[in-house]
Design a protein around this ligand. Sequence first.
Ligand code: ZN
Length: 347
Amino acid sequence: MIRIKWLVSLLALVAGLLLATTPGPAKPRNVILLIGDGMGTGLVTAAGLRSGAPTQMEQMSVTGLLRTATADTLPIDSAAGGTALATGVSVPNGRVSTGADGAILPTILEHARAAGKATGLVTSGSLTQAPAACFAAHVASRSAEKEIAAQLLGSRLDLLLGGGRRHFPEPKGWRLATDPEQVGTLAIGRTLGFFERPEVGQPAEPGSYVTTSALVQGALGFLDQAKRGFFLVVVHDQIDHAGHKQLPEEGLQHVMELDAAVGACRRFAQESKDTLVVVSADHDTGNLTLERGVPSQRQVTVSYSTSRHTGNPVPVYAEGPGSGEFTGTYDQTALPQRILRVAGVER
Ligand SMILES: [Zn+2]
């Protein structure tokens, strides 16, 4: 009898310890998805070696690989890749969240909005370009940028920050923000901020444009007020452009800039404890190769092997509640499906 009592108290103690050590909630309240356009694994590895320490992305607790080639298409473009990440559906190159038959494919931001969450879209490039546009617009051709801009203004997103102002009509019904720090202090409500920056390969004075990290910090301050949580999608465009222009040093600088934004998201998630952070890419551009170097001296010589997209797999990094779902090697289309599933958002 005494032995049974001992056993019962031992089991209670073990159960108590297990509960006490379970980290945070299983279901995230907030989701942040960051996308490096054209960011293959070589770029991330080289960025870490150059900085003398693993990147923020590499320090995240879960790592996986996404297959980007589809049964019919290798390599994919940013429209098909963005659509796969936004909707979980594989479409022909050039399409922005519409099927080959023209069907409108709902995006994770639209599902999140329908579930009562606040939503934001931030990009270092033009809001009207893929992959960013794929999260809130539906057109047959990625070149229909004026139509994309009109659809973005007609969307139910709470926050849009990025470039491409020249494609937009008068943004009626939207509050215009001009400073990312100011964005973080505004009450939730349709807010739009245009932040343009120089093209890759053009001279750019540091401080003459707003960094992705500054945009993200403004967005987090803004969205953090949402009563039922938020979904935020962040795109860093210029990594792809550097690959097309065969400018590896600029490519690395842009990966490091995105990485600083990832760091800001990780700090936010560590404080909030109920935020899932996922980082990935729409496709690889240029297949950056680490040729030689002395890593202990932060030296590595890199080169692109092509100026085009490739069918190489791209990395996925995740951290926070539900992040265990993102390990392994899987099709790009599975990523948004997993995000919705772990967040408990119906599709
Ligand atoms: Zn490209």
